[in-house]
Write a protein that binds this ligand. Structure first.
Ligand SMILES: Nc1ncnc2c1ncn2[C@@H]1O[C@H](COP(=O)(O)OP(=O)(O)OP(=O)(O)O)[C@@H](O)[C@H]1O
Length: 574
C-alpha cells in the first residue's frame, strides 16, 4: 500500500475530531508563541542586567508571571486534548478492526495467525494513536517554530542567522535516510511479536497437556527462540535509533558551537548586544531541535504508517457480509436441504470432499459417520456457509444457497459443536445467546430441558455464575448442557449436532443424551455421530470415508450390507 494513501486514510480518522484538532492548533500556536516570547524575555532581562537598568524589573517580573501562567495552562490543555484525541482515534480503529474481523469468512481465520490478528488490535493500534496526536502535531509545530525562530534570528543578526541555516537540510537528509530503515525494522518486529504472542496463547491455553506430558522444557525452548528473535530485532532497531539520535545530537551541538563562537565574535566586535546572543542561542535550539527531532519523529511516523498499512489490509479484506448482523433469529419453514455433487478442498487443488450428494427432509434425523478425517466436520462447515464448495450446489427449500444472504441460511440452524464453546460471562449470558431478548422463564426452561438446572441451582451464584474463559470453570458435561440449553432456546428448525468425542462419566453421559433427545424431538437433525449406539434410530445414515459418501441406509440396512459401517460398529463399538 502506498505510504501517501495510508497517511491520507489516517487523516480521515483524525478529521472526525476536527474540533479537538482546532483546539490543539490553538495550543500549538500559543506554545510556539511562548517559545519565541521566552527568547525575547531572555534578551530583555540580560540587556537590563548588563545595562544596570533596575527600573525594568517590575515589568520583567510581571512579564515572567504572565509567561508562567500561559505556559502552565497551555501545557495542560495541550496534553489533555492530545491524549483524548489519540485515545478516541485508537478506539475507533480498534472497534472498526474487530467489526471487520467479525465479518470476515472462516477461511480468513484459517489462513492467518491468531497472534498476528491480535497485534493488529494491540501494538499496531497503539502505534497509530501516538502518530495521530503527538507525532502529527509536532510535525507541524516544529517546522513552524523553526521558521518563526529563523525570522526572529534574522531580526537579531541576519549574518549569524544565515551562517546557521545549513543545519536544516542536513538533519532532514538524516531523517529521510533512517526513516526507511526504521519502517522495515518495525514490520520485522511486528511479525516477530505476532509469532511470539501466538505461542504464548497456545502455551497458556494448554496447561493440562504440558503439565501432564512434562512439555515445559520443550515449550520454553521453542518460546526462547521466538523471544530471542524479538529481542534481536529490537536491538537492531535500537542501533538505528541510536544512529539517528547520535547524528542529530552531533548536528545540534555543532550548531550550538558555531553559534556561540560566531555570536561571541559579533558581541566582541560590538555588532550585537549580550542579550541578543542569549536570545540567539535560545532560538537556535528551536531551529536545530525541530530538525533533529524531525529525524526520530519521522521514524515514529514511518512505524505508525507501517502499523496502519497492516490494519488497513485487514479492513480491506473481502468480508462475508458488510455489517454486523442483528443476532440471528431462528427461521421457521424448513422443508428440505439438498447437496448436489459437492466437491470442496481447503486448498483448491486438494479436495477433501468429493462429489457429495445428500438430501435432508424436514423432521428426519440424518447421521453422518465414518473414520476420523473423513470430512464430516468439513461438510457441516459447508452446510453453514462457512466454506463455499468449489463444485456442485446446495439447495435450501429449493433455493440455491449462493443466492441467499448468509444470515438467512444460518437462521435455519442450531448448532451444538463438539467443543462446547462458551464465552466469558455468566451462565445466563451464555444460554441467552440462543435467543435475542430471552425472558427469565425461557432461560430457566431451556436450562431445565438441557438437564442443567440442577447443577446450576447448586452453584452459589446460580445462573449468575461466571463460566470463565471458554467455560473453563465448568466441567465438560456441564459445558455441553449449557450449549444444549443455548441451542434449545434458539429453537431453529434444523439441529446440527457434532457429538463430543470426549468421554463423559455414565451419569453425565445419561444427562447429556437425555437433554439431546429433547433437543432432537420435533426437529430435523443432522448429527455427526461418534457413538454409533446413539444413532440406531436415525432415518438415514451416511457413511463417509476419505471425503466420499461410500454407503447410506438405515442402521439395519447398513449392518446387513457388511460394509464399513458394520466394521465400525463392531470394531469401534462406541
Ligand atoms: N482448516 C483446514 N485446513 C486444511 N485442511 C483441513 C482443515 N480442516 C480439516 N482439514 C482436512 O480436511 C480433511 C477432513 O477433515 P474433517 O475435520 O472434516 O474430518 P472429520 O471427519 O470431521 O474428522 P473427525 O471425526 O476427526 O472430527 C482432513 O484430511 C483434514 O486434514
Amino acid at each position: 500500500m502506498e505510504t501517501k494513501s495510508t497517511f491520507r486514510r489516517l487523516l480521515g480518522y483524525a478529521y472526525r475530531y476536527k474540533l479537538t484538532y482546532l483546539i490543539l492548533g490553538i495550543t500549538m500556536i500559543v506554545g510556539v508563541s511562548l517559545d519565541l516570547v521566552i527568547a525575547w524575555y531572555l534578551n530583555q532581562i540580560t540587556n537590563a542586567a548588563v545595562g544596570a537598568n533596575s527600573s525594568a524589573w517590575p515589568f520583567l517580573i510581571g512579564a515572567g508571571a504572565v509567561i508562567l501562567v500561559f505556559t502552565v495552562i497551555n501545557g495542560y490543555v495541550d496534553i489533555y486534548f492530545k491524549t483524548r484525541v489519540s485515545s478516541k482515534i485508537r478506539n475507533d480503529i480498534r472497534l472498526g478492526t474487530l467489526e471487520k474481523l467479525l465479518c470476515l469468512p472462516a477461511e480468513y481465520y484459517r489462513k492467518n495467525h491468531s497472534g498476528e490478528l491480535l497485534s493488529r488490535l494491540t501494538s499496531d493500534n497503539q502505534a497509530i494513536g501516538q502518530a495521530c496526536s503527538e507525532t502529527l502535531i509536532t510535525l507541524i509545530r516544529n517546522p513552524l517554530l523553526a521558521l518563526l525562530s529563523f525570522i526572529y534570528l534574522l531580526t537579531l543578526n541576519w549574518k549569524l542567522a544565515l551562517i546557521c541555516i545549513f543545519i536544516g537540510p542536513v538533519t532532514m537528509l538524516i531523517g529521510g535516510l533512517f526513516g526507511k530503515m526504521l519502517r522495515r525494522n518495525s514490520n520485522e518486529l511486528q511479525n516477530a511479536i505476532a509469532e511470539m504472542t501466538s505461542r504464548i496463547q497456545e502455551i497458556i491455553g494448554s496447561s493440562f497437556v504440558f503439565k501432564s506430558f512434562g512439555l515445559e522444557g520443550k515449550l520454553l525452548q521453542i518460546f526462547r527462540g521466538k523471544s530471542n528473535e524479538v529481542s534481536r530485532v529490537e536491538i537492531h532497531g535500537g542501533k538505528i535509533v541510536a544512529s539517528v539520535t547520535g547524528a542529530a545530537t552531533g548536528i545540534g551541538i555543532l550548531a550550538f558551537i558555531v553559534t556561540f563562537i560566531t555570536g561571541g565574535y559579533f558581541v566582541a566586535r560590538g555588532d550585537m548586544a549580550v542579550g541578543g546572543l542569549i536570545a540567539f542561542i535560545q532560538l537556535m535550539n528551536h531551529l536545530t531541535w525541530p530538525f533533529t527531532g524531525l529525524a526520530s519523529l519521522w521514524g515514529d511516523l514511518q512505524q505508525a504508517i507501517g502499523a496502519a498499512d497492516r490494519i488497513f489490509k485487514v479492513l480491506d479484506e473481502k468480508a462475508e457480509y458488510h455489517s454486523i448482523p442483528e443476532s440471528l433469529e431462528s427461521k421457521p419453514g424448513f422443508q428440505s436441504m439438498e447437496l448436489r455433487q459437492i466437491t470442496f478442498g481447503y486448498d483448491r487443488d486438494r479436495p477433501v470432499l468429493h462429489e457429495i450428494s445428500l438430501t435432508v427432509e424436514a423432521g428426519r434425523t440424518i447421521a453422518i459417520v465414518g473414520p476420523s478425517g473423513g470430512g464430516k466436520s468439513t461438510l457441516f462447515g459447508l452446510l453453514l456457509g462457512l466454506s463455499r464448495p468449489q463444485q456442485g450446489e446446495i439447495f435450501m427449500n429449493g433455493r440455491e444457497v449462493r443466492d441467499m444472504e448468509l444470515h438467512e441460511l444460518r437462521n435455519y440452524f442450531s448448532v451444538v459443536p463438539q467443543e462446547n464453546c462458551l464465552y466469558s460471562g455468566t451462565i445466563r449470558d451464555n444460554i441467552a445467546d440462543g435467543k435475542r431478548g430471552a425472558t427469565e422463564e425461557e432461560i430457566i426452561r431451556a436450562a431445565a430441558d438441557a438437564n442443567a438446572i440442577e447443577f446450576i441451582r447448586q452453584l452459589p451464584e446460580g445462573l449468575e455464575t461466571e463460566v470463565g474463559e471458554g467455560g473453563s470453570n465448568l466441567s465438560v458435561g456441564q459445558r455441553q448442557r449449557i450449549a444444549i440449553a443455548r441451542a434449545l432456546l434458539r429453537n431453529a428448525p434444523v439441529l446440527l449436532l457434532d457429538e463430543a468425542t470426549s468421554s463423559l462419566d455414565n451419569e453425565s453421559e445419561r444427562l447429556v443424551q437425555e437433554a439431546l433427545s429433547r433437543l432432537k424431538s420435533e426437529r430435523t437433525v443432522i448429527v455427526i455421530a461418534h457413538r454409533l449406539s446413539t444413532i440406531r434410530q436415525a432415518d438415514q445414515i451416511f457413511v463417509m470415508d476419505q471425503g466420499r459418501v461410500i454407503d447410506q441406509g438405515t442402521h439395519e440396512e447398513l449392518m446387513a450390507s457388511g460394509g464399513l459401517y458394520e466394521k465400525l460398529h463392531h470394531g469401534l463399538a462406541v
